[in-house]
Design a protein around this ligand. Structure first.
Ligand code: GLN
Length: 536
């Protein structure tokens, strides 16, 4: 029988509830339990696919093509499990389903209301996630902060769900902030008390609190919080800021979080096997060398916009005992080779990640050119591959002003273009080539040498494609088509064999990297960058 843990957040958003949820999941996985996770996002967008990365950070893509909240990335990485659209629920998708049902007359004349219709739909989403793989434990995280108007239907739905499941089959865990006042040198507990009061006013008494804090919380403070929030003393757990998010599971484990959850939910206690995770954290703390990697993008002022790219780099760093320093380059600022050269001084590898729209593209092309001409290891991701093709077409094949149709509809040389079947699409939401697609690797490629297999599957999210009309022209000039769709129709990876590492993929390998199992393309790239750092 599945047990449910509902995670809410208090005081402020961006507390790292997702990391707490993922860490708790990891601790149960390491005890041999089957765990699944679900994220509720109370905003009205049907999915985050059309939201600006400035608003929402990266859009994480699952195998089934779901465009989801970045917390699903944390869940996949911590639990080492692939998730799907069932695991991310937005208010928008709930309202959409309810309104469609209403239009079909399925409510048989009833007045359609927040309670029971919206709350029923939310509960049915929890049941769907449960039915998908019948986990021992389903962890459900409610986005936003308790007290937000748009989160109310979700809170009411979990209140009802808890009652329906019966005592000791579900619990509520509230993650909250203890602000630290520098001037008086104190941690303040009042916002937490208020936040728990708000949760209680909705009919939910949390069984456990996780306190986010900059500094350790002493026992007196914890006991005081327990008393005023009506939570058992040993269920007040501290979660201090850590150097690496991958330390969080061990930090929580040391406070007995899992055993407490087992007591609350009446689950047999088991000993965890955390040996490989502990070894991972050891590696994270003891790197033997460092390298500098530049990421040239247009959303560089918000690191979360490229979260999975950054995590994937670190994963490759863990494996090679290397600390990776990231240098953000705002591509709009790069106007010529001189500037590119200055920005790439002391840089051992360059990534151009995914992106949409024309802004910053010319700067990215300067960066790609400098990397190619100076043999700096290059990894292109989606738009980063399209830029590599455009740059090669212009500067090696001499196709003047070659471009992608996305950025210049009138160019003579559309080396990246819209495929026929994409041309009539009007809606922007959920209309891209998206989700996992198979790819066949060229045995002569670097990609093959790192994947060590010919058939791979990777996740996509884009509209435009390599234009096959230019395949032979560019190949003659030295571009290697390293991977294509199995029918050969779609170019999925290109390489420049002249360089030590110049590999660019139309897909997003960053969505499949795991902390203890880095993605081959990131590992190959980081190893090349390490070589570069030795020679530079
Ligand atoms: N804008 C490009 C396209 O739509 C690349 C998308 C991406 O990098 N995810 O094809």
């Amino acid at each position: 029988m599945t047990k449910y843990i509902f995670i809410t957040g208090g005081v402020v958003s961006s507390l790292g509830k997702g990391i707490v949820a993922a860490s708790l999941g990891r601790l149960f996985v390491s005890r041999g339990f089957k765990v699944s996770t679900q994220k509720f996002d109370p905003y009205i967008n049907v999915d985050p696919g059309t939201m600006s990365p400035y608003q929402h950070g990266e859009v994480f893509v699952c195998d089934d093509g779901a465009e989801t909240d970045l917390d699903l990335g944390h869940y996949e990485r911590f639990l080492d499990k692939n998730l799907s659209r069932i695991n991310n629920v937005t208010s928008g998708s709930v309202y959409q389903t309810v309104i469609e049902k209403e239009r079909r007359g399925e409510y048989l004349g009833a007045t359609v209301q927040m309670i029971p219709h919206i709350t029923e739909e939310i509960k049915s989403r929890i049941r769907n996630a449960q039915a998908k793989d019948n986990p021992d434990i389903l962890i459900v995280e409610i986005g936003g902060t308790v007290g937000d108007i748009e989160g109310l239907p979700f809170i009411e739905a979990i209140r009802q769900f808890k009652i329906e499941q019966g005592i000791s089959n579900s619990m509520s865990l509230h993650v909250t902030l203890l602000p630290y006042l520098n001037t008086s040198g104190e941690l303040k507990t009042k916002p937490t008390q208020h936040s728990v009061n708000v949760l209680r006013s909705y009919g939910i008494q949390p069984e456990m609190l996780v306190l986010r804090t900059q500094v350790p919380v002493d026992k007196n403070e914890k006991d005081k919080i327990a008393l005023f929030c009506s939570v058992n003393k040993d269920c007040v757990i501290e979660c201090k800021d850590m150097k690496s998010i991958y330390e969080v599971p061990l930090y929580l484990e040391n406070q007995g979080i899992c055993d407490r959850v087992c007591e609350i939910l009446n689950i047999e206690k088991r000993k965890p096997d955390l040996s490989s995770w502990t070894e991972l954290v050891e590696r994270i703390h003891n790197p033997e060398k460092e390298i500098n990697i530049a990421i040239a993008g247009k959303y560089t002022s918000l690191n979360d916009a490229y979260l999975s790219v950054v995590e994937s780099l670190h994963h490759a760093g863990f494996k090679t005992n290397t600390k990776i320093n990231i240098k953000w380059i705002a591509s709009d600022d790069v106007k010529n080779q001189n500037q590119a050269g200055k920005l790439l001084e002391n840089v051992h590898g360059v990534i151009v990640p995914g992106g949409f729209g024309q802004r910053g593209v010319e700067g990215k092309l300067e960066i790609v050119r400098y990397a190619r001409e100076n043999n700096i290891p290059y990894l292109g991701l989606c738009l980063g591959m399209q830029c590599a093709v455009i740059e090669f077409a212009r500067n090696v094949a001499g196709l003047k002003d070659a471009n992608s149709e996305e950025f210049d509809k009138d160019t003579e040389f559309k080396v990246v273009h819209l495929m026929e079947n994409q041309k009539n699409i009007k809606n922007l939401g959920a209309t891209m080539r998206i989700g996992a697609f198979p790819c066949k690797l060229n045995k002569l490629s670097k990609s093959y040498s790192v994947y060590k297999t010919e058939d791979i599957s990777e996740r996509h999210r884009h509209r435009y494609e390599f234009n096959n009309e230019y395949k032979d022209i560019l190949a003659k000039k030295g571009l290697l088509i390293a991977g294509t769709s199995p029918d050969g129709e779609l170019v999925e990876i290109i390489e420049n064999p002249k360089n030590n590492w110049f590999v660019a993929a139309q897909f997003h390998p960053e969505f499949k990297s795991r902390p203890d199992n880095p993605h081959p393309l990131f590992l190959g790239f980081v190893e090349a960058a390490i070589d570069m750092s030795k020679s530079k």
